[in-house]
Write a protein that binds this ligand. Structure first.
Ligand code: UT7
Length: 335
């Protein structure tokens, strides 16, 4: 049974930087509060010219180039998003057209847990022998659904996209074990009320009625700390590894305190945890592929390293995995 190695990676974020000082001018908050409670210093927010498609396509092109492939080499595109640009058309189909690919394409919807879930789904397609080259994208522009008068949510989120290319290999690389879960009874802790019933044309008449994210921060926080720990440990056990075998943690970037708790549980010093939420905030499904891309570009991921990826979010839902970094032998199996 082939494995699914990560052979390419890339990310894209909007140019517009919104700092904590900018938010201080919009809501009653402070840089001190935001940094001490979350670790976030600034985030990127889309302008009129950006979209989920534009960010996802740029990240995808970069990942395909990094893999040394052409968009036409990709057989399947899976996009994790909760902010697709179209209600009917999958975000993956929009990315496919934007990058000039002919691949099969569909979306995975699991909010912040979406990318790890999509990585798992894509890996299964390669392991079953159905496809040999799959593009997995995590992309979101949640700022379009944020109420920028609500200080409890507007300081947390940013926009962005990250992508990876998976290729079939006979070597033990890529996602080796995974864990997924959901608890829909907690859905009211993080959701967008009224979104399904919203008529866009009413936005001009009733701007305040525009659907926006509502969150019970403390409930999500408690859930996150528990589930990050439990799902990571379960994935490590499923991979038949011990804590000592783990070289790096790439967690969902929502709150530095949640990340530090997960690192502590895994016995990892913070220099073996990739953190970028200070610069991007919580980019929903994009946090982990952006972090993978940055860590790889910084030379922090070495051939054979065992990496835990773990995410949680609206659903409530979670997903974790242990992946082995590197491309050894990949091209032989993928030909
Ligand atoms: O991908 C999943 C996305 N969601 C999450 O990961 C959220 C998880 N939860 C969290 O990260 C934290 O709960 C928050 C960062 C959202 C909030 O931190 P907290 O330490 O749980 O604060 P809190 O909600 O208990 O609020 C403490 C105080 C409150 O004031 P009072 O009632 O004590 O007077 C809030 O009104 O902080 C106030 N507050 C703020 N103050 C300044 C809430 N937001 C802000 C703000 N600036 N932006």
């Amino acid at each position: 049974m082939p494995y699914a190695a990560i052979t390419g990676w890339g990310f894209a974020v909007p140019d517009r930087v919104v700092t904590n000082a900018d938010l201080e001018r919009m809501v009653e908050t402070s840089d001190e509060w935001i940094v001490s409670r979350t670790g976030i210093k600034e985030r990127r927010i889309v302008s009129q010219d950006d979209s989920t498609t534009s960010l996802a396509a740029l990240a995808a092109i970069r990942a395909v180039e990094q893999a040394g492939l052409q968009p036409t080499d990709i057989e399947l595109i899976v996009v994790a998003t909760c902010t697709a640009d179209d209600f009917l058309v999958s975000q993956a189909a929009l990315v496919q057209a934007a990058i000039g690919s002919k691949a099969a394409a569909f979306d995975v919807g699991s909010a912040c847990a979406g990318f790890v879930t999509a990585l798992d789904v894509a890996t299964q397609f390669i392991r079953s022998g159905s496809y040999k080259r799959v593009l997995v994208v995590g992309a979101d522009t949640l700022s379009r659904y944020i109420d920028f008068t609500d200080r409890s949510t507007c300081v947390l989120f940013g926009d962005g996209a990250g992508a990876i290319v998976l290729e079939a290999t006979n070597e033990e690389r890529g996602l080796l074990a995974s864990v997924m879960g959901a608890d829909g009874s907690g859905s009211e802790h993080l959701f967008v009320p009224g979104a399904a019933r919203f008529a866009p044309e009413s936005a001009d008449l009733f701007p305040d009625a525009r659907p926006h994210v509502q969150m019970n921060g403390q409930a999500v926080y408690k859930f996150a700390v528990n589930v990050m720990n439990e799902a990571s440990i379960e994935a490590i056990e499923k991979a038949e590894m011990k804590l000592d075998d783990i070289d790096m943690l790439i967690p969902h970037q929502a709150n530095i305190r949640i990340i530090e708790a997960a690192a502590k549980r895994l016995n990892l010093p913070m220099d073996r945890v990739w953190v970028n939420l200070d610069r991007y905030g919580n980019t929903t499904a994009a946090t982990i592929p952006i972090a993978i891309s940055e860590a790889a570009a910084a030379g922090k991921l070495n051939e054979g390293d065992n990496v835990v990826v773990v995410a949680f979010g609206a659903g409530l839902a979670w997903a974790a995995g242990v992946l082995r970094w590197g491309v050894a032998g990949t091209r032989n199996a993928a030909q």
